[in-house]
Design a protein around this ligand. Structure first.
Ligand code: FMN
Length: 185
């Protein structure tokens, strides 16, 4: 797909405390600036969305016990069940050129750093890999924990050091750069 050609893009995200929403909003803003049409949907559970009706999908979530948030897991299970039932999930998962997906998370990594976010990103990617989308990015952005209650020290004493206030503006600028890069593919 040429870089001048506008694409139909879908931007799906789950966000419980607002961190992933900041990233998702920057993705939308960047894609629109580049002249693409983008539908942005906050996922809270199962929902009938025509994933195959898009050229390019962004899908992201906060990490909760190493996996995407529950609402996102429900959405993925629902879509997997639907596409399997109508035989769109095929053995050997043939590619559907030129459909592409970027999978990302925001995570705090207080115990084991990025390792505890890897399962979430792999989980998110598999629905699209099964459907034949090419995974063109697996992005990890740091997202601070809530700064009260049992998470009080998690954003300052964890494996990643001080992550208070993340994602901050520099993180979001990185999001915009990466989006510009992949939409040129
Ligand atoms: C209940 C809870 C559990 C979390 N579990 C993890 C975890 O297992 N691994 C991790 O890296 N971050 C974990 N985090 C940090 C979140 O992934 C991080 O704050 C993320 O940016 C939240 O995104 P959201 O606000 O878009 O949902 C947890 C946060 C909360 C509140």
């Amino acid at each position: 797909m040429g870089k001048e050609e506008p694409m139909k893009i879908l931007n799906l995200y789950f966000s419980a405390t607002g961190n992933t929403e900041k990233v998702a909003n920057r993705i939308t803003m960047t894609a629109q600036k580049l002249g693409h049409e983008i539908d942005t949907v906050k996922i809270v559970g199962d929902r009938e969305i025509d994933l195959l009706g898009y050229d390019f999908v962004f899908i992201g979530s906060g990490v909760y016990r190493w996996l995407p948030g529950q609402g996102m897991q429900e959405f993925i299970t629902g879509r997997l069940t639907h596409y399997a039932a109508i035989q769109e999930i095929k053995l050997a998962a043939p590619r559907r050129h030129p459909k592409k997906v970027v999978v990302y998370c925001t995570y705090g990594g207080a115990h084991t750093g990025v390792n505890e976010a890897v399962p979430a990103v792999k989980y998110l990617g598999q629905l699209f890999d099964h459907l034949g989308f090419e995974i063109v990015g697996e992005w990890y952005f740091i997202g601070a924990y809530p700064d009260e209650g049992r998470f009080k020290d998690f954003s300052s004493l964890g494996r990643l050091g001080n992550i208070q206030g993340r994602p901050h503006e520099a993180d979001l600028q990185e999001v915009a750069e990466r989006v510009s890069g992949v939409l040129r593919l």
